[in-house]
Design a protein around this ligand. Structure first.
Ligand code: B12
Ligand code: SF4
Length: 458
């Protein structure tokens, strides 16, 4: 069978492939299917989409979509449907949390919920079989809804993602030489704005949610990737890389000998210790990203359900620094119930912590989450058309206009650094202005340097 995959990515920076579609491509190829890809990451014209459908003439189209990509996924699927009457299935994060949004669209015939790669393989055996777990089928007005299947128990059984289909070197090069991996799936915490809590509820009784690949399996994939591509650095996308201590020790022992490239991870306050940072540093880790999210304990714990004290946050950053790791803090503004005062507290906590990099985004409510429901109940949600999850928000905040939030976001880093390190503060200010210049490019560094010079001259 010929399967056309669609990655409707609209992320300008950082650009990255879809690991999910990569796994699906590898599985389909293992079964002898012909697979091709439409990937909008590096811009594809409508004519090119039409040409691809004409030339490849697929029997099935498989689209992935996170919430941000949904409108682009619909647009591309409509073009495909107009070009050829071919069945189209859509899966991914949005399909999993809101399958009705997908099946309600004329362009989609099926929706795949959750970890549904095996279900897709079943579908390729018989496109008329409507009794496949994880999949909803639409035939005219009739919708057949099958139950969600079990979670993949052993992640080592999944094939390595097919990176070749994405022309992966192009991604690495646009991402300062970075290759990305996931060594686990799931997160045990229950933050009220995050997809993980939604997934935990959906998968109740369907297997263990937090799962780890073996270090053997991970090393094998990394070796393959660094042999095949020119890679300078590695990033692990795991939500909490340090949660399994034995595995962390095994990893730290083997990574420097077998891979040896600088790497980045995400860690969570309460799930990481000073000892973990020591191990990570010895293994070659250069930076850890840690969520602060909100400096006001009421917003952080009562609203976001993160359950961390200011002291725990300050200590965690301190430990990382003591072990010689660079730190990055994730923060949000415009969270429901937030006020000017609570945002000041987020700036204040970041000032105390002084991370090497400060990340700031405007809160967006994602379907299925507790905070989405609260926003909906309070009529704070914008209609679909005005929702842009990137530079903006889908929430009409009662205390701030979006213009005010953007202004706070753009000067957030400056406020954090201005007393401790003026130059760093100005770098952040200029950085925020360069919205149209891709990250990690020489042009960006040059423009920042030029901007700093100008400011110093002034
Ligand atoms: C890697 C990553 C990225 C990468 C690549 C994104 C991508 N599309 O793959 C980059 C850096 C581009 C990125 C950007 C953003 N991300 Co991101 N990202 C992740 C991360 C860390 C891992 C995703 C992953 O690779 N998972 C592993 C693979 C195997 O899973 P998968 O893709 O879901 O695929 C499986 C199934 O869903 C299914 N499947 C998927 N597609 C299809 C299609 C078919 C036809 C079938 C049958 C099955 C199927 O099969 C796959 C195998 O099991 C997750 C968090 C997490 N830990 O999961 C967040 C996550 C996906 N990101 C998220 C967000 C919010 C963002 C940003 C908005 C951040 C920002 N402020 O800019 C942007 C925009 C996202 C976008 N346009 O898609 C949210 C999405 C929430 C939502 N409702 O959509 C997540 C879930 C984080 C979170 N905890 O809330 N992200
Ligand atoms: S710790 Fe991070 S990944 Fe885990 S549930 Fe909370 S926000 Fe989501």
């Amino acid at each position: 069978m010929k399967v056309l995959l669609v990655y409707p990515n609209i992320v300008e920076s950082p650009k990255d492939m879809s690991i999910g579609l990569g796994i699906i491509s590898a599985m389909l190829k293992e079964k002898g299917h012909k697979v091709e890809l439409i990937d909008t990451t590096f811009k594809v014209s409508d004519d090119e989409i039409i040409d691809k459908v004409d030339q490849f003439n697929p029997d099935l189209v498989a689209v992935t979509a996170a919430t941000n990509d949904l409108q682009n996924a619909i647009r591309i699927s409509q073009i495909i449907k107009e070009t050829k009457e071919v069945p189209i299935i859509c899966g991914g994060y949005h399909a999993t949390v809101a399958p009705k949004d997908i099946i309600d669209q004329d362009c989609f015939d099926m929706v795949a919920i959750g970890e549904s790669e095996q279900s897709l393989i079943k579908l390729t055996k018989d496109l008329n079989n409507t009794k496949i777990p994880n999949i909803w089928f639409k035939k005219g007005k009739k919708i057949t809804k099958n139950e969600i299947g079990k979670l993949t128990e052993d992640l080592d059984k999944l094939p390595f993602p097919d990176r070749e289909i994405f022309n992966y070197q192009k991604y690495i090069d646009s991402n300062r030489g970075l290759a990305t991996f996931m060594s686990s799936k799931g997160c045990p915490f229950l933050c009220s704005y995050c997809i993980n809590k939604v997934l935990i509820d959906k998968y109740k009784g369907k297997g263990k949610f937090l799962r780890f690949r073996s270090i053997d399996n991970l090393m094998k994939e990394m070796k393959e990737v660094i042999t095949k591509y020119k890679v300078k650095e590695i990033e692990f996308y795991d939500d909490t890389f340090t949660i399994n201590k034995q595995r962390l020790r095994d990893f730290a022992k083997r990574y420097p000998k077998e891979i040896g490239l600088p790497f980045y991870i995400n860690a969570r306050v309460n799930a990481v210790t000073k000892e973990d940072f020591k191990l990570l540093k010895e293994a070659g880790c250069v930076r850890v990203s840690i969520g602060i999210e909100a400096g006001d304990p009421y917003i952080r714990n009562d609203i976001l359900k993160r359950f961390q004290s200011n002291k725990q946050i300050i200590d965690t950053f301190q430990w990382a620094k003591e072990e010689g790791l660079r730190t990055y803090s994730f923060n949000m503004i415009g969270v429901p119930f937030e006020t000017q005062e609570s945002i000041k507290k987020t700036i204040e906590l970041n000032r105390k912590v002084q991370p090497d990099y400060v990340g700031i985004s405007i809160f967006n409510a994602f379907k299925g989450t507790e905070l989405y429901d609260i926003c909906k109940k309070n009529k704070w949600l914008k209609d679909k058309a005005s929702a842009s999850y990137f530079q903006s928000s889908n929430v009409n905040h009662p205390n701030f206009t979006i213009k005010e939030l953007k202004k706070i976001r753009d000067s957030f880093g400056f406020e954090v650094y201005k007393n401790a390190d003026k130059k760093r503060a100005y770098i952040d200010l200029i950085d925020k202005k360069l919205t149209k210049v891709p990250l990690y490019t020489k042009t960006r560094s040059l423009l920042i340097e030029k901007g700093i010079k100008k400011l110093i001259e002034k």
